[in-house]
Design a protein around this ligand. Structure first.
Ligand code: SF4
Ligand code: SF4
Length: 387
């Protein structure tokens, strides 16, 4: 987790304007415009902080098309916290009513219904049609393991296979787990990405107490964004610490593998697969080994790396709240991802984030590529014969 930056001007002035970051910025590559690159974004943020420029459409477009992919931070020789600075600029703009309308619409949805789709919270378990009985047995029960599904897995029918797969795996392994059902709210990431971070506190308090009341000691997520919000961002923004451990499914399943509880004795998958590192799990927290260990433990699977992988992995375009602001930009990045997958002749791209899944899957369909998008929990469930 990043330290809080107290002196923003100083943090921005650390930039020596070498432009190294520009060489890796996906939005700059797509738009070819200096103000839509890390160096330009920092310069504009500094100008706004010093009162030299006021928020305007150009600045909104610049700051809110950052994918928060952290590639610039990874490469910057001066240690400039570019993404933190961009998020701080968004906070300033939010407070001056200059956040984009699409970001504000998500916030309004959260205020109405505590989820990004503004759907009735009672419909939070509609995803569970294939595992209805199992889910009923685990709704709001006391258990040491809690599963935080997230809005995308809960409400987007085309992503329902992700929570379904993890629930099947946990049930198969006889694990005692609990689900919050309608007491699960959005993690609050739209507030953070839009710049309304103050509003996160209510979400942190709600989830900490909801899981705590059920005796949960470990919360597992299948969403890279929810993972980082629950594990780090609540604390970073509010100072409140989760009263439980937070793990992503990658870590959760590797632990079970190491303990000998997850075994593929009766299962195998004959597939050539690669792994896409979601920015929130890769460059932001360095979770590179766990998913690769899991995939390579599956009998029959041949694993290949993307040409750009791990810390150099190409962002799929699905993050940063950019899809709502510039859908074409998000898709352009996902199409590049599929191009790379075609170069290495894989049959499936595995990832650990519903946002990456959805964006890359859309690009696969656009290209009519003979590649399957899979979540890490799906490939594990299939290898166990649970599909
Ligand atoms: S790489 Fe770092 S120092 Fe160089 S321009 Fe980018 S942010 Fe500034
Ligand atoms: S976080 Fe990614 S998209 Fe945003 S400025 Fe840095 S490299 Fe560009």
């Amino acid at each position: 987790m990043h330290e809080k930056i107290e002196n923003w001007a100083q943090a921005m002035l650390k930039c020596v304007r070498c432009a190294k970051c520009n060489s890796v910025c996906p939005t700059l590559e797509e738009r070819g415009w200096e103000v839509i690159g890390p160096r330009g974004r920092i310069k504009m943020a500094l100008g706004m902080l010093q009162g030299k420029i006021s928020p305007n459409e150009l600045m909104t477009n610049g700051q809110y098309t950052c994918l928060i992919c952290n590639h610039c931070v990874e490469i910057c020789p001066s240690g400039v916290e570019c993404t933190e600075i961009i998020l701080h600029a968004r906070e300033e703009m939010f407070n001056r009513s200059a956040a984009p309308q699409t970001s504000m619409m998500l916030i309004e949805a959260l205020e109405e219904e505590h989820n990004i789709f503004e759907m009735d919270q009672e419909d939070r378990t509609l995803w569970s049609m294939d595992v209805e009985d199992v889910v009923e047995d685990h709704l709001n029960t006391n258990a040491k393991i809690g599963y935080f599904i997230g809005c995308l897995g809960s409400f987007m029918g085309r992503l329902a296979q992700i929570p379904t797969a993890l629930v099947k795996v946990m049930d198969h392994l006889g694990l005692d787990f609990t689900l919050l059902g309608e007491e699960e709210w959005c993690c609050g990431s739209p507030y953070y990405l839009a710049g309304g971070r103050e509003l996160l506190k209510e979400y942190a308090e709600h989830h900490f107490s909801a899981f705590n009341n059920l005796g949960v000691e470990k919360v597992v997520t299948t969403c890279a964004g929810c993972y980082r919000v629950l594990k780090d961002i609540y604390t970073h923004v509010t100072g409140l610490k989760p009263p439980f451990e937070v793990v992503h499914a990658n870590e959760f399943l590797v632990e079970l593998l190491d303990q000998g509880k997850l075994q593929f004795n009766n299962g195998s998958l004959n597939k050539i697969v690669t792994y896409h590192d979601p920015c929130e799990l890769g460059r932001h927290v360095g979770m590179y080994d766990e998913p690769r260990k899991l995939i390579q433990a599956i009998p029959g699977v041949a694993f290949k790396e993307f040409p750009d992988t791990k810390k150099d992995c190409l962002c799929c375009g699905g993050g940063g709240g950019v899809k709502g602001v510039d859908a074409d930009l998000a898709m352009a990045r996902a199409l590049k991802k599929v191009d790379q997958a075609k170069l290495i002749n894989v049959e499936a791209i595995v990832s650990g984030c519903p946002s990456c899944y959805d964006n890359i899957n859309e690009a696969i369909k656009k290209q009519e590529a003979n590649i399957r998008m899979m979540d890490i929990v799906e490939i594990i469930a299939e290898a166990l014969g649970l599909d």
